[in-house]
Design a protein around this ligand. Structure first.
Ligand code: ADP
Length: 220
């Protein structure tokens, strides 16, 4: 299956993507994680990406699309993938369509995670992430680690992402509304979108997403 996960920052895309990818046995491809890996390895791409990310802006399409394409063409993605954070604007969606068409492939579904805006800000402000593995995500009040600052899963150090400060979150939300939301309409015209209410427990949201994939898109 080839799936795109869309939703505002803080919707739980990363958490759900990890779980869904495991269940569906396809790789979870997160452009945000790929950029963060480049930043921690101090690559040229990482240095470039960091300046945009810290300001809450999108990294330029040229480098983002090249990086995403390269990842989608790895052998493990041959039979499907779950994209998290890509595409993030209409030109990236068009580039993805072109890439897939070139290989006679198509997307199977687009899941749109829906969360009220005040909830998003609360989730992000308290979010803490493990340095060893970004799928180990905690929250200071909703999901505190047993020992403050230490990952329950692997003992890694927990940190707050540089772009999770309140000002940057507001900017990221604005970028989401102006640049990313239009891809939902783009995919609606292809009949691919299912909207998933993303409030409730992590398990509940995963169940809704899996149901949506089983049932196919609602064509809305
Ligand atoms: P979130 O979904 O919580 O906003 P991500 O980890 O997906 O966080 O992305 C963090 C940042 O990485 C974005 O704000 C943006 O600067 C950059 N980024 C990630 N994916 C893309 C993309 N497809 N195009 C441009 N920039 C991206």
């Amino acid at each position: 299956m080839r799936i795109v996960l869309v939703g505002p920052p803080g919707a739980g895309k990363g958490t759900q993507a990890t779980r869904l990818a495991e269940k569906l046995r396809i790789p979870h491809i997160s452009t945000g994680d790929l950029f963060r890996a480049n930043i921690s390895q101090q690559t040229e791409l990482g240095k470039l990406a960091k300046s945009y990310m810290d300001a809450g802006n999108l990294v330029p399409d040229e480098v983002t699309i090249a990086m995403a394409k390269d990842r989608m063409q790895q052998p493990d993605a041959e039979n499907g993938f779950l994209l998290d954070g890509f595409p993030r604007n209409v030109s990236q969606a068009e580039a993805l369509d072109e890439l897939l068409q070139g290989e006679s492939m198509k997307l199977d579904a687009v899941l749109d995670l829906e969360v009220p805006e005040d909830e998003v800000v609360k989730r992000i402000a308290g979010r803490r992430i493990c340095r060893n593995d970004s799928s180990h995500v905690f929250h200071v009040t909703y999901k505190p680690a047993a020992k403050e600052g230490v990952c329950d899963v692997c003992g890694g150090e927990l940190y707050q992402r540089d772009d999770d400060s309140e000002d940057t979150v507001r900017k990221r939300l604005e970028v989401y509304h102006t640049q990313t939301e239009p891809i939902i309409d783009y995919y609606k015209t292809q009949g691919l979108v299912t909207t998933i209410p993303a409030l409730g427990s992590v398990d509940e949201v995963t169940t809704r997403a899996l149901e949506a994939l089983k049932g196919g898109s609602d064509g809305a």
